[in-house]
Design a protein around this ligand. Structure first.
Ligand SMILES: Cc1ncc(COP(=O)(O)O)c(C=O)c1O
Ligand SMILES: N[C@@H](CCCC[NH3+])C(=O)O
Length: 452
């Protein structure tokens, strides 16, 4: 199938085709972007990203307002999807907090000036150094992921003379998401503490007995790239049930519950309709309200941690076409292999999750007939595929620019230097101007790490 025309998903909101058929992002022609900054490049549509962040902030503020009988909500942008100083600043300016999963992500949020109270720290294997950095910066919450971590956080808090605000990450058994490696709440995996085995309740009890720790709530994250909201409702009911049980046993009604991230997006325009922030917020608010009524508890303050749904649709990757090769298929058909100047080092998702993307000729119009094309990278690996199958004009040739939309999440953040390929820059475009958020790596950067 061909890529849908810009003006709708999976393109970011300001992408358009100009009069001569070339794509522009926020009014800037992709040929100018390529001339000024080279390819491959991740091109972030700043207004689009800010708009998505704002839409989440507004939708959750409305659905969880005290006037709606709720106790408020916080939206944490999950930095693992993509984090840079500018992006952390933008999302914070738009009313979001920042969720970090490592000391590195925490350092970016701190560098961006995000106040500690607006930062959360996750991780299934946090180091003492990461916990220390988080507590020294006064983070609003550390999400505890295992029983040994309770002593670890308590020891660091005691050393620093602070009380650490913690949540317990609960696995609810709800399995959702695009791929097994992406789903995170079923039992047989490394994250969180099981609800059914009693490990989560044990963690709660242990934390309540530690004066160095303040148990602010429970956390559930069920997976990623989820289009159907039903799993979130089931998980919400499960964690709210545990919260009510704990209150009945100990008298401590935790003030907060985090329902995680994981909202799906459109990658190809043919892969289902993603929920809007309003749909997500109202669905979750309804589920929380109903569950708390049934359980006879007050509603908690709710938080969520979307990453992909904020940054994913906001960026495209711009590549230059190199070799084009026609191959015969066993069924008698033909496939055109279009090689681009990047590949699995800038987007590992097709190789890792069989993720589907689409692509469009970006630097010109063509009325050539369409051929079935596979867009591949330049790495020494036959699985180095950027787009498994897409209709492209038959005259696609070396020097053309190709755009792959919806690469803002888990592209640059999971990029590698496989084959000593330097990682592409991240450019932000706004009002016809591009600026570098993260510069292009050079071979010299890579050689600088090599001590000989
Ligand atoms: C704990 C946690 N929160 C938030 C996210 C963000 O997920 P997504 O980018 O799918 O919204 C993830 C990743 O799936 C996660 O593991
Ligand atoms: N990195 C994954 C999702 C995992 C999200 C983090 N828990 C992706 O590209 O889809």
């Amino acid at each position: 199938m061909p890529a849908p025309e810009p003006g709708g998903e999976p393109w970011s909101t300001t992408v358009r085709r100009g009069p001569d058929g070339a794509l522009a992002v926020a009014g800037l022609d992709v040929r100018d972007i390529a001339r000024q900054h080279g390819t491959p490049a991740y091109v972030v549509d700043e207004a689009d990203l800010r708009g998505r962040a704002r839409a989440f902030a507004e939708a959750f503020a409305a659905a969880f307002a005290p006037e709606a009988g709720m106790a408020g909500a916080d939206v944490y942008y999950a930095g693992k999807a993509f984090l840079s100083v500018a992006v952390a600043r933008w999302v914070h300016e738009e009313g979001l907090r920042v969720d970090t999963a490592t000391g590195g992500e925490l350092a970016v949020a701190i560098r961006a000036g995000v106040p500690g109270a607006a930062i959360g720290l996750h991780g299934n294997n946090k180091s003492d150094a990461e916990i220390t950095a988080a507590l020294e910066h006064g983070v609003g919450r550390i999400v505890v992921d295992s029983l040994p971590e309770i002593d670890q956080v308590a020891a660091v808090a005691a050393r620093l003379g602070v009380v650490a605000p913690v949540m317990v990450r609960v696995t609810t058994g709800v399995h959702a998401g695009g791929h097994e490696f992406i789903a995170t709440a079923h039992e047989d995996q490394k994250f969180g503490l099981s609800l059914t085995s009693g490990a989560a309740a044990k963690a709660v009890e242990t934390i309540l007995a530690r004066p160095e720790l303040d148990l602010i709530g429970l956390h559930s994250h069920i997976g990623s790239q989820i289009l159907d909201l039903a799993g979130f409702e089931v998980a919400a009911r499960a964690v709210l049930g545990l919260r009510a049980d704990v209150a009945a046993r100990s008298g401590h009604l935790m003030p907060e519950v985090d329902l995680g991230g994981g909202y799906g997006i459109s990658y190809t325009g043919h892969d289902g309709v993603p929920p809007t922030p309003e749909q997500i917020a109202t669905t979750l608010a309804g589920a929380v309200r109903r569950a708390c009524t049934d359980l006879g508890t007050d509603v908690p303050r709710i938080s969520v941690e979307p990453g992909r749904s904020i940054v994913g649709p906001s960026a495209l990757t711009l590549y230059t076409v190199g070799t084009v090769k026609d191959v015969a298929l066993d069924d008698g058909g033909r496939r055109t292999y279009v090689s681009v100047d990047g590949g699995m080092s800038d987007n590992i998702r097709p190789a890792l999750y069989q993720a589907e993307y689409t692509a469009a000729l970006a630097s010109r119009a063509s009325d050539a007939e369409a051929v079935t094309a596979r867009v591949v990278g330049k790495h020494c690996e036959s699985g180095d595929i950027v787009v498994h199958g897409v209709a492209l004009p038959a005259d696609v040739r070396a020097g053309d620019l190709l755009a792959v939309p919806a690469t803002g999440a888990y592209g640059r953040s999971m990029a590698s230097n496989y084959n000593m390929v330097p990682r592409p820059p991240v450019l932000a475009v706004r009002d016809g101007q591009a600026r570098v958020l993260v510069r292009r790596e050079t071979v010299e950067d890579l050689l600088a790490l090599d001590e000989g």
